[in-house]
Unconditional design. Structure first.
Length: 278
């Protein structure tokens, strides 16, 4: 007869319990108890894993939700960004608060329609003329510095780290890395990385008596006329798409208006400091 010890070990290795012979009569009883204990242990372990899984799942789910909301917020912010770019011609644009801006050629203006509700801030690359409605602080950020106003009319011409600012009405604050300066109507400054320099007024010799234009967008010529003579042109949308070949006489407003608008077939009326285009 086969050695019973070896037989038992063989059956135990195979996960079986021999039922032959009296020597093994209690093995079935013991085996059943062991099997029951294994099943109980398995149930307990499975229950623990499920509880641990649930515990880990809750923060994970909240993490996914938080990430989703964050991405939604970031996406909403950037999708609310408005960018206006000009190339060959200038563009008249009205901001959400009713402020008007004349964006000159080869320039861009960017603002966010959401944050604009509580802070009037925008980014300018290039040149633009602003007529700001009264209200909260209005800030134009450029690579060269920032211009801040409450309600006024002004011009910003930024090229890289250099900037020219002219205040036409009210007052503006110009701020760069080297300092601050407040301008009142009729004052201008030029800024760079090292200094802020006052600029002579338009009726000083800075402007030659005659300025020449060749196929220049009429809206740009009108902006120059406003700057040189300190006037406001009403109805400038009539200039969209038109170009001008000719001169501007910087010492004679009437002659300039006749030359510019007469050559373009636009009727006008001069009322004090306003030029009404018809």
């Amino acid at each position: 007869m086969e050695n019973w010890t070896e037989s038992l070990e063989k059956y135990l290795e195979e996960g079986k319990l021999p039922l032959i012979g009296e020597k093994f009569s209690r093995k079935k009883e013991i085996g059943d108890k062991l099997k029951l204990q294994r099943e109980e242990s398995h149930k307990i372990a499975l229950s623990r894993r499920r509880k641990q899984g649930v515990g880990r799942g809750i923060p994970f789910s909240w993490g996914i939700a938080a990430m989703f909301l964050l991405l939604l917020g970031i996406g909403g912010y950037y999708f609310s960004e408005k960018k206006i770019v000009t190339e060959g011609t200038a563009l008249a644009y009205e901001l959400p608060d009713g402020s008007n801006v004349q964006i000159m050629e080869n320039s861009s203006l960017t603002y966010n329609r959401i944050t604009w509700l509580w802070e009037r801030k925008l980014q300018l690359f290039g040149k633009a003329s602003f007529e700001v409605t009264k209200g909260k602080t209005f800030t134009v950020n450029t690579e060269a510095g920032a211009v801040t106003v409450l309600g006024t009319k002004f011009l910003v011409d930024q090229q890289g780290k250099k900037m020219f600012v002219n205040c036409e009405e009210g007052s503006v604050k110009v701020e760069t890395a080297v300092g601050k300066r407040t301008l009142v109507a009729g004052e201008s400054v030029r800024c760079d990385e090292n200094k802020i320099i006052p600029v002579p007024k338009p009726d000083d010799p800075e402007f030659p008596e005659v300025l020449g234009y060749e196929d220049d967008p009429l809206v740009n010529v009108v902006a120059d006329i406003e700057l040189i003579f300190k006037v406001t042109v009403v109805g400038r949308e009539k200039c969209d798409g038109l170009t001008y070949n000719g001169t501007v006489l910087t010492k004679d407003l009437n002659a300039t208006l006749e030359k510019v608008f007469g050559s373009c077939g636009i009727s006008y009326e001069l009322r004090g400091k306003e030029i009404i285009l018809k």
